[in-house]
Write a protein that binds this ligand. Structure first.
Ligand SMILES: Cc1cc2nc3c(=O)[nH]c(=O)nc-3n(C[C@H](O)[C@H](O)[C@H](O)COP(=O)(O)OP(=O)(O)OC[C@H]3O[C@@H](n4cnc5c(N)ncnc54)[C@H](O)[C@@H]3O)c2cc1C
Length: 438
């Protein structure tokens, strides 16, 4: 029996049985077999989604990680064709030495290309490059009982759009062709500045976002009163000179899952205070290797175990520009009142570049993301209060991170859900989709 698979937050705790297939040409027969045996399934990349969107309603997933090969590369144009189970780290390992980088990368390099397309992930440069799906030229899609098909903006275009951010429901993406971005060096030149409150975050973002490829802020989720929304603002650009080096940082590992969460209001408040204070209030320039800049949490393998056996949930919302400052203030006050949250709370402006995807999460506005140890209080008190604020401000939650959103909120926030449902492969069903629709 293979080791059970989970989502990253380990909540809901629904062990998944993974059915792996090693060769692309065996995939159609493999999919048929799994569906015949279990009536439904869901593609599963590397389980870096936090909630239940990567969990099959049948608890039987098609584990795509073994399909991890580079199929074709044109290093003059930066066009790469890969199997969909390859991770972003594996793509970077071949691309960086040739002077290419992912045009969009999320905060983990352990996501697969298939998973990055199916959640249409975004990164610190959403304001200039939009989402991952904008840089996908084509992919192969396999639906149960149908011949394999290629999808691109001009061929099978409706399935192309529905599968970008399609949560794995439209079919199995088995290969993808990506357009990479040229770089001269793998290092990132950074400017860091601390801000005292939320209004300062917005004015820094107004001033600096347009001048830099990457922009993101850490926010102290427990700061109250005049300090609400204080944090550290970081912008960065690929260095113009330097070396093209693949990250080789040794990884640490969280060896066990403690019975209870190691994150509590005391440890959190002490860390947040210290972190804010060690950053100077004047702008500081620096140079960083790309791994600590993009993927700070990947340094510690299995860091998700720190939240204990009950797991955790991430809350990520985006609020439209007109309401962003007021709603972010309300959200941060509500979170500080709850005394809960995580070391890494991230504030980020999203730009107005449209994704081809039907159910893409970002919208022009501001996004807030942070983790919470799982508890009844979280579900019954904290999240309902945050949801009220997001709903009233016309915002929405990110399905890739979600394990609690109500069906009504989902359908209101993602009106294109009906078009996705019409194009869903009837043999694919996730716990997320059955929770918000059925
Ligand atoms: C530390 C950390 C930081 C993160 N930062 C960000 C961030 O900055 N921005 C962001 O957008 N996200 C972020 N995420 C979320 C993560 O990038 C996404 O959830 C990503 O989609 C996970 O990819 P995966 O390969 O692990 O897919 P999984 O989590 O296994 O699956 C995700 C979805 O993709 C579908 N899927 C997987 N493979 C395929 C396939 N081959 N064909 C069709 N469907 C498929 C699944 O059915 C599921 O619906 C972060 C996650 C972590 C753990």
């Amino acid at each position: 029996m293979s080791t059970p698979l989970y989502s990253w937050g380990r909540f809901p705790r629904r062990p998944q049985r993974g059915h792996s297939c090693v060769w692309l040409d065996e995939l159609p027969a493999h999919l048929n077999r799994v569906i015949e045996d279990h009536s439904s399934s869901l593609p599963y990349g590397n389980g870096r989604s936090y909630g239940d969107s990567c969990l099959a309603a049948s608890d039987q997933v098609l584990h795509m990680r073994s399909l991890d090969r580079l199929i074709e590369a044109d290093w003059d144009t930066g066009v790469l064709k890969v199997e969909a189970g390859i991770t972003l780290a594996e793509v970077l390992a071949v691309a960086i030495p040739r002077g290419w980088f992912l045009p969009v990368t999320p905060g983990t390099q352990f996501a697969t290309v298939g998973g990055a397309i199916a959640n249409d992930v975004h990164g610190k440069n959403h304001h200039v490059r939009g989402t991952f799906g904008r840089h996908v030229r084509s992919f192969g899609l396999l639906r149960h009982g149908q011949p394999e098909m290629a999808c691109s903006p001009s061929v099978n275009a409706s399935l192309f759009c529905a599968s970008i951010g399609g949560l794995g429901l439209t079919g199995v993406i088995h290969w993808a062709q990506l357009q990479l971005m040229p770089i001269r060096a793998s290092q990132i030149d950074t400017t860091t500045v601390r801000f005292a409150h939320l209004a300062e975050f917005f004015s820094l973002s107004d001033e600096l976002d347009d001048q830099h490829e990457y922009s993101v802020a850490w926010v102290d989720c427990l700061a109250k009163g005049a300090d609400t929304g204080r944090g550290v603002f970081i912008v960065g650009d690929h260095a113009h000179y330097g070396s093209l080096e693949v990250g080789k940082r040794a990884k640490l590992s969280m060896p066990i899952t403690p019975p209870v969460s190691l994150i509590n209001s005391l440890s959190l408040s002490a860390f947040n205070n210290l972190y804010w204070r060690v950053h100077p209030s004047q702008r500081t320039q620096g140079r960083s290797a790309y791994e600590p800049f993009f993927y700070p949490l990947d340094r510690i393998l299995h860091w998700n175990r720190i939240y204990g056996r009950r797991g955790f949930q991430q809350y990520q919302c985006v609020i439209p520009t007109a309401n962003a400052e007021a709603a972010m203030g309300e959200l941060l006050r509500a979170i500080a009142d709850s005394g809960q949250g995580s070391f890494l709370a991230v504030l980020k402006r999203c730009g107005d570049m449209r994704s081809p995807g039907l159910l893409s999460f970002p919208m022009p506005g501001t996004s807030l993301a942070l983790d919470f140890a799982q508890s009844e209080h979280l579900e019954n008190v904290v999240f309902p209060r945050l949801d009220d604020i997001v709903r009233a401000a016309g915002g929405r939650l990110y399905p890739a991170k979600d394990a609690h959103m109500s069906g009504a909120d989902f359908r209101q926030a993602y009106p294109a859900w009906e078009r996705l449902e019409a194009l869903r492969d009837p043999s694919l069903m996730s716990r997320f989709w059955s929770r918000v629709l059925l």
